[in-house]
Structure formats: structure tokens, C-alpha cells
Design a protein around this ligand. Sequence first.
Ligand code: ADP
Length: 660
Amino acid sequence: MIDAALAQKIVESSTDFAIITLDPSGQITSWNPGAEDLLGWSAQEAIGRHGRIFFTPEDQAAGSPEDEIARAATDGRALDERFHMRADGSRFWGSGLLMQLKNSDGFVKIVRDRTAEREAERRVVTLTDALPGFVFEADSDGHLVQTNARYRDYTRRDDPELLGDRWLDAIHPDHRARVREAWEEAVRTGATFEQSFLVADGEGAYRCFACRGIPEKDGGRVLRWIGTCIDIENEAKARALLEGLNLSLEHRVTDQTAALTESYRNLQAEVAERERIEETLRQSQKMEAIGQLTGGVAHDFNNLLTVILGSIDLLRRPNLAEDKRERYLDSIAETATRAAKLTNQLLAFARRQPLQAEAFDIADRLRASDDVLRTVSGSRIAIELDVRCEPCIVEADPVQFDTAILNMAVNARDAMDGEGRLTITVSESNGVPATRAHAAVTGRFVTIAVSDTGAGIAAADLPRIFEPFFTTKDVGRGTGLGLSQVFGFAKQSGGEIAIESEPGEGATFRLYLPHAEAKNLPPEPEMTEPSGDVVGTGGCVLLVEDNQLVGEFAAQLVGDLGYGNMLVSSAQEALALVEADPRKFDIVFTDVVMPGMSGVEFAEILRARYPHLPVILTSGYSHVLAAEGTHGFDLLQKPYTAERLARALRMARGGNQRSG
Ligand code: ADP
């Protein structure tokens, strides 16, 4: 209770508040300047009236003035917040406190205009209600005192069901203890509260909210807590989904990586296997070529051995003139050298090694492998080497070069079905002309053109012939690796390979190799002079032999045995000589396997036309005669000795005619 005198003083001095005194019936007894300002009545007008003059008509009708006095009389004070009315009828929001006066039956009423605060408060409430998230206010002890509409709407709980600690009831049981602990911790320390948790909606379904509460402090003291929560369910779901996805992606990546690693390993194994097969095929192709060579080489060796054995035979003869002895020894030495060269070439061909470039003369190289080429081609293919540049130096792997030439020669032989003409032309060219497969290249090149008179290549096959494993040959006859070696060799040597072919018109392969500067190349071993005709007493022998060396040796031998002789290298030539003068020759000694007309065909013609002219056949190819037979002619197998030749010639001269 307040002292009446003090109250009087306050009333008179105060302008901030309306301070009014009332008697126990509610009649106004004093009216301060603040009341004049706030309520619009002057003290004169107001004093003596009943205090209800500043109550709204509704409140007056509801009996509020009387009720207030009754409450203040009982409780000592009555606090009220409501609209008040001014003298002009306008209204304002005010808080009023009615207190009973000490030592008096009267009351004092203090009214304050709170319109502005109320506006602000209402705006804040509207604002928080408009927010899509939760807003709450808690007192300094952490008890919720207010929530916004969104909080209440979502949880379908009224304030009483959320205030205090009851907001925790809406939190998912799994999260509740953690959240309570965190909240208590924040309240205790005054630190910002930050948690995400599931909150139940009215139907009991949960959504995830991220909440943040900050303390409003006055100095170090926390006055209250203001907090907000936002719905992060979608983000949480998206994150969970993403995590799931990442996880499954990780799994898938791991799975696929494993699968990839696996298939990469398989691929590696396949590649290794393929490389192994390719290598095997390359080797087997070599082996095939070597196989073909072997037969021919045996023949060549027989020729060489014939010369050597024959020379030895002759050397054994007593009282041999010194010059003859020298000649036989030279012959042995030279023939042995050739044999060695042949075996060297075979060894080089069979060798496995990476490209080893060196400068060499193409023409020399081709001449040196002439024997091998002839062997591979077979004797029914005429080989022509046309060298148009001297020297023709290139820098490349000579062994690979030999192999490339050999591969092209084998193809030519196959395309010609074993019969025809193989021409190798070596020339210099300025650049490589453009083709469908490659652009024009400038620079100095040596061109090796390998032409045949074979079947040619179908237009459709042309783009594919250099592909590894492309073959039109029967199984077992072609591997399809020959031209790929030629191609690889050309490219790796900085050169090119070009092809010209029309079906039925043969084919020309042009191998371009970069021209290199001349180097000191080892000199070629000297060849012996071919022997001229020797006219002896035992008659004249017509020698037909396509191998120059063997021919020369046979001529020497026949001469030494006391016969005159004439050496020609083909059956056609021999036939022409016989036809020109049939009596000139007493014996015909002919090789069987030769380009053009074979020895057997030649012998048949002679037998038909000149039945008295004896013919002796000679061959190192046992299988040729095994297949065709000797057709009744005498056969001297290569290698033959001087002694066996002498006997054969003697028998032929002796008129030992063959039966038909
Ligand atoms: P292969 O000789 O084992 O078949 P190549 O790679 O040497 O393998 O040749 C591939 C194909 O090119 C041959 O099968 C053939 O059809 C064709 N070919 C190569 N050279 C000639 C040629 N001189 N004349 C006709 N066709 C040829």
C-alpha cells in the first residue's frame, strides 16, 4: 500500500503517467498533468466524475470499472492491459495499475500509454508467425515461454503443450535425451544451442529440423533465449540419398573397377597370347619359307658339291698339270665360299632380331641374294635384276630387307603359279608419289620395284593386302604376314610401300627406302672368268645348264675329259643351236629343271627329231624325276663326280642307246 501524501506528491509531479486518485466509490479525486495529456480531460472536467470515463463503452457495459475496484480492494492491486478511451472518444492501448491507498479508502490508478510497444510487439508476433520455421522464446532458465504459430501448427500443440519443458515431448524419443542434454548445457554455459533432430507433426510423422537458440544477454546475465528451427527434411533426405548413392556408386565403381581390372588382365593375357601367336606365325611363316628354301637349297648345294667333288676327283688324277691343279683348287675355294654365303643367308633369315639399320648397297644385296631368290622362285620363273642407279645406298636393316624381298618374291611366285617373269628394278626417285594409302613424300629415295606377270590383285583386296593375317591363299599356304612385314619394314625404315596391280596384269610392289650417303662397303668377292669352249678329241658335248657356276664347272670337266663343248643356259638356246647345225654335237648333256623349256621337254624334242643324238639328263631335284620319270633318258644325279660324268659320256658315245 502506498502512502496517500506520497501518492499526492507523485500525482502532482508526474507528466509521464496519468496518475489519478479515486475515492472508494470510484469518483475521481485528483487528476495529474500526465492524465490531462494522456486522457484529454482537464483536471477540472475530470475531478468529481466517475473513473469509468476512460473505460471503453464495451468495458463499461461489462462492468470492468467496478470489477477493477473490487479486485484492488481485495488484492491491494489490480493490473490491467486494455484499450482506454480519451475525452474525444479516441482509444489507446494502455496498462493500468489500480492500487488501494494506505491510510485511506481511496485508490490510485496509474495509466501508461503502451500503444507503440503493443504495435511493436504485435508486429514481432506477426512476423514470427509468418516465418516458415519455428520460433520460440525461453526464459533465462531455459523454459519455453512463447512459440510462434508455425511451431504450434506443425506440432498441433497449443502453447501449454509446448511451453516449459514440454516441447521436448514432440521430439523423437531417439533424439530427446541428446537434445535435452545439449539444451541444458547451452543454458548452463550461455553458449549457442545448435542441434538437428526429428520433430513429430500432428499425425506423429517426423521431419528433421535444424534448431539454433541464442541467449539475449544484459551484461553477462542471460535475460532470455530466442530460437528458431528450420525444416531440413528434404536436405536430410537428399543427403541420405546422396550418401546412399555415393555408397552404391562407390560399390559400383569398386565393382566395375574390379571388373575392369579383371577384363584388363584378360585383355593383357589375350594380347600376350595374340603376340605369342603372331610371333609363332611369323616364325612359322619363316619356317614355311625355310621349308621351301630347304628343298631348293639342297638342290643348290648339290650343284655346289658337284663342283667341289668333281674338282677333288680331278685333283686326284696323277701327273696333273700345275695350272689345272690351281684351277681346280680355285674352283673348290670359290664354290665353298658360295656355299658358305648361302648358309649365311639362311641363318640371317632364320634369325630373330630387332631392326639394325646400316648403310648398304641395294644392288649388291640383291645380287648376293640372287641364289636364294632363284631357289625360292623355282627354275620356271625367270628373274631379272635391272639396276639403274650405282651405287644405290640406303640405311636400313639388311636382313629385314632380304626378308621383304623374299616375301615379295614368294608372293610373285604364288601369283604366277610357279611360272613367269620376276623383274626387280632398282632406281633412284625424288620423293614418293601420293597414293590412296599415304600422302606424297619429298626427299631422295631408292626404289625397288618388284614386278611379276602373275594373276594380279582384285581391286577389293588391294586396300587389305598389307593387313596382318590377310591372305587369299589356302590354309597352310598363306599366313597373311608377308606383306605386313614388308609394310612394317618400309615404315620403320622411313620409307613407303606402294602397289600397282590389275587383275590378270600382274603386280608391281614399289619399296621406297631413304637414300643414304655412300659408305665404304666391303668389296664383293671376285668371280672367276667363265671358261670358253674347249675343243677336244672325244667329240663335242652341248651343255645346257641354267646355273652358271655348275655350267662352267661342267664345261671345264668335260673339257678336261677330252671333249669339246659348248655351254648354253636354256633349252630354247640349245634347241636353236642343234637346229642350226645338227651334226655339230655328239652328245647333249642337259639340266632338267630350268626356266622356260624343261630338260625333259627338250630331250623329247631331240629324240623325236634327232634320234641318234644321245641325251644325258642331270638334276639335283630327285623329286622332279621321281614324279615325271626319266622318260627313258640316262640320268646323272647331282652332285656327280668327274669319274661318273666320264663314264656317262663314254657310254653315250659308245652308242649305248636308250630304249624308248
Ligand atoms: P600371304 O602370302 O601369306 O597370303 P601376304 O601378306 O604376303 O600373305 O600377302 C597377302 C595377300 O596379298 C596374298 O594372299 C595375295 O592375295 C595378295 N598378294 C600379295 N602379293 C601378290 C602378288 N604379287 N600378286 C597377286 N596377289 C598378291
